[in-house]
Design a protein around this ligand. Structure first.
Ligand code: CO8
Length: 257
């Protein structure tokens, strides 16, 4: 276990629980992403049945990228930050073990991205999830879009992404953005265990090769365009209009309370 991410493996079930714990909102900064990527990679060499990604917070899975990493950033830090997000997504999208996002709270933007990278999503009722980037005046990168399109239809993705739509749990279920709803976190964890049981009678190598077949193209596209994507992100952050937009969004977030 590390500071911002807790990893616990249940010896009886063989299920690992990876818990993000960065109050107040589990916003994804360089340190959290680095720990998360390390934890997910370490699990790759262990004999686990599956891993659940969840949050220690009561009402938030993850508020997405830490806006403070993007607001008036030092270029070097911004590069390291974005690279850590790319690497975490690549690791999570391609884990050899099955993954479930137990979405026990709000899950906008980067939070949604992390859950989309898991194989199965179980979400507690009455929260919101979606790729709301356009609402912040920013553009979801191609691999965010691909992650969405690999889960819901092209049509629904276009409607959702252009408007920056955040779905309530029941709405997300209707379009297939999540697979199951849950009453609370414990219910979500119990349902995750049932999902893993589906593979009890499945050859793990056949399972993994099939996952790679389905996800390989999306993974390869980011691997091939990693530098271009990084340059675009850093260049984008340097635009005064983007900084202004983030400033306005941050102020609105703070005024809310
Ligand atoms: N980053 C940094 N700080 C945040 C973030 C965030 N993402 N979200 C919330 N905070 C801060 C708030 O400003 C507030 O700070 P303070 O205490 O100083 O006022 C504190 O966290 C608590 O927030 P709230 O009071 O809003 O907490 P609530 O429980 O009421 O609400 C929510 C929680 C629903 C998560 C709400 O905070 C929210 O909507 N946050 C914003 C979520 C969001 O829009 N995230 C988008 C991030 S961008 C992203 O992930 C993808 C970017 C892709 C980049 C592409 C560029 C090319």
């Amino acid at each position: 276990s590390t500071k911002l991410v807790d990893v616990s493996i249940n010896d009886k079930t063989g299920i690992a629980t990876v818990t993000m714990q960065r109050p107040p909102v589990n916003s994804l900064n360089l340190e959290l992403l680095t720990e998360l990527n390390g934890a997910l990679q370490d699990l790759g060499s262990k004999k686990i049945k599956g891993a659940i990604l969840t949050s220690s917070l009561k009402t938030i899975f993850s508020a997405g990228l830490d806006i403070l990493e993007m607001y008036k950033p030092k270029p070097e830090r911004a590069s390291a930050f974005w690279t850590s997000l790319q690497d975490t997504w690549l690791t999570l999208y391609s884990t050899p073990y099955p993954t479930v996002a137990a979405i026990n709270g709000h899950s906008p933007a980067g939070g949604c991205l992390l859950s989309l990278a898991c194989e199965y999503r179980i979400m507690v009722n009455n929260y919101t999830i979606g790729l709301n980037e356009t609402k912040l005046g920013i553009v979801a990168p191609f691999w965010f879009v691909a992650s969405m399109k690999n889960v819901i239809s092209h049509r629904e993705s276009e409607l959702a992404l252009t408007s920056g739509r955040l779905y309530k749990t029941d709405e997300a279920l209707k379009v297939g953005l999540i697979d199951e709803t849950a009453e609370n976190k414990d219910d979500a964890l119990a349902k995750a265990e049932k999902f893993f049981a589906r593979f009890d009678a499945v050859n793990p190598i056949a399972r993994l090769l099939t996952k790679q077949e389905l996800r390989g193209e999306t993974i390869k596209e980011l691997e091939d365009r990693k530098q271009e994507d990084l340059d675009r992100f850093v260049g984008f952050l340097m635009l005064p209009a983007v900084q202004k937009g983030l400033d306005v969004y941050l102020q609105a977030l703070k005024k809310k309370q």
